[in-house]
Design a protein around this ligand. Sequence first.
Ligand SMILES: Cc1c2[nH]c(c1CCC(=O)O)Cc1[nH]c(c(CCC(=O)O)c1C)Cc1[nH]c(c(CCC(=O)O)c1C)Cc1[nH]c(c(C)c1CCC(=O)O)C2
Length: 348
Amino acid sequence: MKLENDLYLRALRRENTERTPVWLMRQAGRYLPEYRKVRAEAGDFMTLASTPEMACEVTIQPLERFPLDAAIIFSDILTIPDAMGLELYFEPGEGPRFNNPITDEADIKALPVPDADDLQYVMDAISLTTRTLNGRVPLIGFSGSPWTLLTYMIENGGSKTYAKSKALLYKSPELAHLLLDKLSRSIIKYLIGQIQSGASAVQIFDSWGGVLSPADFQTFSLHYMQQIVDGLKQAGFADTPVVLFSKGANQSLTAMSETGCHGLGLDWTINIDVAKTLTGDRVALQGNLDPATLYAPDAYIDQAVKQVLDAYGPGPGHVFNLGHGMQPDMDPDKVAVLVDAVRRHSSR
Ligand SMILES: Cc1c2[nH]c(c1CCC(=O)O)Cc1[nH]c(c(CCC(=O)O)c1C)Cc1[nH]c(c(CCC(=O)O)c1C)Cc1[nH]c(c(C)c1CCC(=O)O)C2
């Protein structure tokens, strides 16, 4: 499909753009009253995510308010563990949980590697959203990284210490590798299905890559993201941009830039000019305003946006974003201020 606005894809390919494209992680969600309305009609999160008409509607909601340069399909990273049979649900106020958590070695050995068909509702949501967008902006597909999905599966939800996940890595590394390998094979199929359904680029959320030491990050996270980048290329999707976002893993940015991915997402704890030096001209960079900046007065947001743009400089390969996702208590009007600031300060 011919895109009316392909700034995001051109920036990921490090081509010159007339201004810096912008989208925001978690741009659809609870900070938008129109999201909360559809969410209430759906009843629970999985009904919302697995009903293509609803997923399409909430994907497009932020684009109706703000002139964003990309949409990201409304779904969740935990759809793969769900399709593996763990049965995802959300406990209000407690975050994600599984009805069938992993309890022992046999559970890991018995896990299937789902096909894209086993996540047909995601494929249907992507095709419907691509058709509805009708070329307005690119649609981003996504998945969790193998390591980040492992943590949710092993901890049965979020964690502060990742004690069970790390114990698995150190006590039973072969079992950890078996699980990470099953996850990366599932993710390759899932992302191929998403691209075939209409996604123009894919992002891998390695939200908890930063809780590993750099050496463990290499062995248990980056190695498997590399398999995914290679797997997509081998399957004939070398032209579809892949963005890796490992939060808190800035020490490994150079290694990540050597995987053959197109772009790296940055959290806000590194200056983007430093990241540029570490990654050379190998990748585009996405980021990296501290999301908490959205709690600041408008003039502060405006200047903070300008600082990130100035630090990156005028060269190609920058996609503006936050360093992590939007929070439910953020004010939508502040997003308008941010997006306007990116457009004004980056016009060339
Ligand atoms: C770690 C992670 C998850 N999910 C995701 C990540 C990686 C990104 C990150 O690091 O923030 C990814 C995700 N989750 C969601 C999206 C939608 C697309 C978008 O960015 O707009 C994306 C890209 C929707 C969602 N996924 C979820 C919500 C909120 C649930 C709701 O509306 O009830 C949304 C909008 C649920 C979810 N899903 C997850 C958590 C921790 C939660 C919050 C639980 C809670 O606070 O109750 C796991």
